[in-house]
Design a protein around this ligand. Sequence first.
Ligand SMILES: [Zn+2]
Length: 192
Amino acid sequence: MRCPRCHNLEDRVLDSRMIKDGRVIRRRRECLRCGHRFTTYERAEETMPLVIKKDGRREPYSREKVLVGIRKAFEKRPVSAQRQEELVDEVERHLLSLGEKEVTSRLIGEKVMALIKEIDQVAYVRFASVYRRFRDLSDFIEELRTLMEAPPREEGLPSTPSRPKGRGKPSRVKDFLPRLPLEEGEDTESED
Ligand SMILES: [Zn+2]
């Protein structure tokens, strides 16, 4: 594991323990170069079901993908990174509880949406209105990924007021995302 302080790759493990019902291994490590102690969490992703995409292709479950979508939804919202991680934990617990070898990407998206809704209405509307255009979490996340590769977020800067630019249908998510009329999200769930 890379030392977060000096980036050295060699360390020794001081302590290992299972947490979260044995699905995560927490390790205390000590960097062999600078002596810095840090903690890593390793997840047993191989136990997660395969994800069936809208087009029928299967792909391994990726925590990172789910997290990217969630981070995007909570961008500039008063919800801690820790809370966002916990939300992914909850999604994973749910998926494991189903006991299936495969789950649809849509099912994951719906679960994420339901959980976001319990936490933050603005994030919910933001996630739901974009997600519903795709109907497939993987496609949605891939689109988000391209957005995330754009210039760094302006953390700390005052957010530019959203300007609803007519009701015309945006051609790309990129054009669409920042201008969501968030206030109008009262009953988006009865969309279909
Ligand atoms: Zn180090």
